[in-house]
Write a protein that binds this ligand. Structure first.
Ligand code: NI
Length: 178
């Protein structure tokens, strides 16, 4: 187990579609532990494997008492309800802007032993599950902002000392809600 460095925006792995997990082995269990430990250390709400440099479909979440992880998550929306609110990302230090998301989500996935598991999320947890699933598609929260908000975010990112050039997602964004 280890706390791993978190990749920042500009790192190409954050724009790469992650591969499904096929081997539910010790290496996967170590990845889940590293994600969980790194997330706790960073005091974030969620952390996806690409953010620690691993291109696999795994993320960890910690929203209040709701804590866990999902392997190979599949996200569904049980209704059309939306929410608007502030969102951040550990790969964008200090950047917080409003992002419109679905209010309710059902995420199905697997444990690190390959057993099926389901996480039902609303409000902040639902936001987190959407944000982390996006990471596995190479989609980042700036891609989900409305154009005016994104403009402000991009300006702030360009001025940040950690940032490289700002590029929007090369991937098709499904379920666009703005
Ligand atoms: Ni993020």
């Amino acid at each position: 187990m280890a706390i791993r460095p978190i990749r920042l925006f500009g790192d190409p792995i954050l724009r790469t579609v992650a591969d499904p997990v096929t081997d539910f082995d010790k290496q996967l269990r170590n990845l889940v532990k590293d994600l969980t430990e790194t997330l706790r250390d960073a005091q974030g709400l969620g952390l996806a494997a690409p953010q620690i440099g691993v291109g696999l479909r795994v993320f960890a979440y910690a929203v209040g008492s709701e804590r866990g992880y999902l392997v190979n998550p599949d996200l569904k929306f049980p209704d059309e309800e939306e929410q608007d609110g502030e969102e951040g990302c550990l790969s964008f230090p200090g950047v917080y802007f409003d992002v419109k998301r679905r209010l309710n989500t059902v995420a199905r996935g697997f444990t690190d032993r390959g057993d099926p598991v389901q996480v039902v999320g609303t409000d902040v947890l639902a936001r987190c599950l959407q944000h982390e699933t996006d990471h596995l598609e190479g989609v980042l929260f700036i891609d989900r902002m409305d154009p005016a908000t994104r403009k402000r975010a991009v300006r702030q990112i360009r001025e940040a000392d950690w940032a490289g050039p700002v590029r929007l997602s090369p991937h098709r964004i499904t379920d666009r809600i703005f």
